[in-house]
Design a protein around this ligand. Structure first.
Ligand code: CP
Length: 311
């Protein structure tokens, strides 16, 4: 594999999920593969799980890891032909090539502006690195996608499913801040690749990018959508149409134990208790969020392994 910027960089998703599950049983089986190889992780935004799980994955493969919080470095310029007489000190053209000399793989976290839809949709930061770096790029959550999370979520569903075709519902939940659509977008794409009965529930106005949800049933009534669900994935996202806006904080959409019933509860974390989901759900045996976060190690490890095998 040459890069992992979207889930579609994987040749065969079901096979990759099985490979990740095998890797989880024997995480150090390929510890020589990454010897004398370095992963450089660049963070334009905060992280807990992605940072630690990806570092652990790289170390399981025998790699060295270097981490840069980009806000501690020079302000980067991304515009072609810009006159750099303001706040930017270094152009992405030099920075990406320089970093490529220090690392064999570059992983990047860069959230959207949630103000400029066109700019965010163009994935200007991620794609600038793809364009100017000379080594493979891994997406650790970009403006519109979180493919490592989606792979971990698919691993979790595969491990836990007890029937041939599970019913999986992605439900919007309230949140006081405007959040990206990236987790939801990648989860939607991933569910279309699995043999599941998938639907989305959200209030009117919170439609995701319609190009991504073409044939997927959309419900505006959460309780109706959750009926007989096996997995309920809860996530907030800001409006795509009224780009980046919090239209309302309809507290009725918070997930409760009563609404969840016997289903498994999923969330990428971090999660705001008693805003997005009530304590009774998170503290119950139905919650699989800790398993999901553990599977972040193996989603990253299988991705790095496939890239290392191709170096
Ligand atoms: N789920 C996830 O990506 O967590 P972090 O933002 O803490 O990395």
């Amino acid at each position: 594999m040459k890069k992992y910027t979207t889930i579609y960089d994987l040749d065969n998703i079901p096979e990759t999920i099985q490979e990740a599950i095998q890797l989880k049983e024997n995480p150090f089986s390929t510890q020589l593969l990454g010897r004398n190889k370095t992963l450089v992780m660049l963070f334009f935004n905060a992280s807990l799980r992605t940072r630690l799980s990806t570092e652990k994955a790289a170390k399981n493969l025998g790699m060295d890891v270097m981490i840069l919080n980009v806000n501690d470095a020079w302000n980067l310029e991304f515009e072609e032909g810009s006159v750099m007489n303001l706040n930017s000190s270094e152009h992405i053209k030099e920075a990406a090539q320089v970093i490529s000399q220090y690392g064999d793989i570059i992983a990047i976290r860069a959230f959207p502006t949630l103000e400029d839809k066109e700019k965010d949709t163009s994935e200007w930061i991620l794609n600038s690195f793809v364009k100017y770096a000379t080594v493979p790029i891994v997406n650790m959550e970009s403006a519109t996608m979180h493919p490592l999370q989606a792979l971990a979520d698919a691993i979790t569903i595969t491990e836990l499913q007890t029937k041939q075709k599970s019913k999986v519902v992605l439900s919007w939940a309230p949140h006081p801040k405007a959040l990206p659509q990236a987790v939801a977008n990648s989860f939607v794409g991933m569910m279309q690749e699995l043999d599941v009965d998938f639907s989305i529930a959200h209030p009117k106005g919170y439609e995701l990018n319609p190009e991504l949800t073409l044939d997927i049933p959309i419900h505006y009534n959460q309780e109706e959508a959750l009926k007989d669900a096996d997995f309920v994935y809860v996530k907030n996202w800001s409006s795509y149409e009224s780009y980046g806006k919090v239209l309302h904080e309809d507290t009725n959409w918070m997930l409760t134990k009563e609404k969840l019933k016997e289903a498994k509860f999923m969330h990428c974390l971090p999660v705001r208790r008693n805003v997005v989901v009530e304590d009774a759900v998170l503290d119950s045996e139905n919650s699989v969020v800790i398993q999901q976060s553990y599977n972040r190690v193996y989603s990253a490890q299988i991705v790095l392994k496939k890239i290392l095998e191709n170096l």
